[in-house]
Design a protein around this ligand. Structure first.
Ligand code: LAC
Ligand code: ZN
Length: 464
């Protein structure tokens, strides 16, 4: 989409109509809009919406969109604002449509192992609601305060993708509102469908550019057994990464396989004032297993122990108590919040076939040296999703960082990967999309966008 589109400004008359639709109580203007001008992306672009509206029903969303479409007012949908690619930044002002008040549990269907939630339900509440019925939603994109609507809009992934996949693998159906105000239902409480184009899947990951997701129906499972953790040190990152395919080849499917280096662990120690519970080594794999009982745990641990020691691990740490496990996971969860205060210049979340992570990281090392910019790496080793932080003085020329990132993305693509594994394109990675997609594919995406949103009012300036 071209950047020179002209949108209408909100007039007092339109604002009055919006207040009539949404009720004064759900409308913010002026300084109250400040925190809706950004999300949690590394270099947030602040762009103030002219108004923030917090609808309380799908019908309200529909009426707001119909009005916005008629007057050509841009609408930026938003959940909890925890996105990392600038997807919720209202680039052209207009309406920030925040779905946080649409937070009702619509239905938990125990017979069909499914549940339907309004888009503003946060994961924490989703999990406890299904937990009360003895059911379980296994995905964990890392932020329990994120909304299920936001997770769906970005196709959030996270640490449990090795075993469970990503959001699109657990969404069965949606209710969404088109730019015209039309309300549509897609999919349903069934796992099979060969009935035309899959509109559920096209809306998942569309980052609010095609429709506003108002309800999400998810698949559920029964709660897994106990969760056990192995924390495996290595003398180099290369050795750690090269051990991952060896584990998977042995037919062991951990929930999580994360990789990390001592640089980031030391930073977390320093910033949090908390000691890492284990001796420091240059690199680690963190493995999480789900075990039906003690016997399975012992069998898997002994198998994993052998594989890791055979592949260069000097030791295997098993945190014994629940609190030791929690402490380790908390260390991992502190990576991004810590990096936010450590001269992070950007954040990439390239995904490559998992067997190519080591080759990818070798290439990143060469690119980093060439550009004279350090790059810190950690991420989801079990599914090939690598997080990279170029780091340096805040005054580092952004053009240099962009050139570095362009080469990093190209390297990932050349190994069979793509630009974003889980954070989305938003606005921050839009310029790199042509590296991954041919003009014909981008044109196809434009045509899809046009079919859903002919006047381009939905999250303009994002993705394409
Ligand atoms: C993580 C976020 C940055 O994996 O995706 O910590
Ligand atoms: Zn991640």
């Amino acid at each position: 989409m071209t950047e020179d589109r002209v949108f209408s400004k909100l007039t007092p008359t339109i604002l009055a109509s919006l207040k009539e639709i949404a009720d004064d109580l759900n409308v913010l203007t002026g300084d109250d809009c400040e925190s809706y001008s950004r999300d949690e992306a590394p270099h947030p672009r602040h762009s103030l919406p002219e108004v923030v509206i917090k609808p309380t029903s799908t019908l309200m969303v529909s009426r707001i969109l119909r009005l916005a479409d008629q007057h050509h007012i841009p609408v930026t949908p938003r959940g909890a604002g925890t996105g990392l690619s600038g997807g919720a930044v209202p680039l052209y002002g207009g309406i920030s449509l925040c779905l946080e008040k649409m937070n009702r549990v619509i239905e938990i269907d125990e017979a069909n192992f499914s549940a339907t939630f309004e888009a503003g339900v946060v994961l924490k509440d989703l999990c406890s609601a299904v937990g009360e019925k003895g059911l379980y939603y296994p995905l964990y994109p890392g932020e329990m305060n994120a909304t299920i609507g936001g997770n769906t809009a970005t196709n959030a992934g996270g640490m449990r993708a090795v075993k469970y996949g990503v959001t699109r693998n657990f969404v069965l159906g949606l209710e969404a509102v088109l730019a015209s105000g039309e309300i549509i239902q897609t999919g349903g409480k069934f796992v099979k469908s060969s009935t035309g184009y899959d509109l559920t899947q096209i809306l998942i990951g569309s980052e609010g550019t095609l429709a506003v997701i108002t309800q999400v129906t998810v698949k559920l499972i029964t709660p897994p057994g106990s969760r056990e953790i192995l924390f495996v040190p290595f003398n180099s990152l290369d050795e750690a990464i090269r051990c991952v395919p060896m584990i998977l080849k042995e037919n062991i499917l951990p929930v999580t396989i994360e990789f990390m280096c001592e640089d980031i662990l030391k930073l977390v120690q320093e910033k949090s004032g908390k000691e890492m519970p284990f001796k420091m080594y240059p690199a680690y794999l963190l493995l999480m297993l789900e075990c039906a009982g003690e016997d399975e745990f012992l069998t898997l641990t002994s198998k994993l122990n052998d594989i890791c020691l055979r592949n260069g691990a000097p030791d295997v740490f098993v945190p014994g108590s629940e609190s030791a496990k929690r402490r380790l996971l908390e260390f991992r969860e502190q990576f991004y919040p810590t990096m936010q205060h450590c001269h992070m210049l950007d954040l990439a979340d390239v995904v490559v076939p998992r067997s190519r992570i080591a080759d990818f990281l070798d290439k990143v090392k060469v690119i980093s040296l060439k550009h004279g910019i350090d790059v810190m790496a950690y991420g989801h080793a079990g599914d090939g999703n690598v997080h990279l932080h170029p780091v340096g003085a805040p005054e580092t020329d952004p053009v240099r960082v962009q050139l570095l990132l362009k080469e990093i993305y190209s390297a990932g693509i050349s190994l069979g990967g793509t630009i974003s594994g889980e954070h989305g394109i938003g606005v921050d990675k839009k310029q790199y999309l042509p590296l991954a997609f041919t003009p014909a594919k981008i044109e196809l995406m434009r045509q899809i966008k046009l079919a859903f949103d002919p006047h381009n009012i939905l999250n303009p300036g994002k993705v394409i």
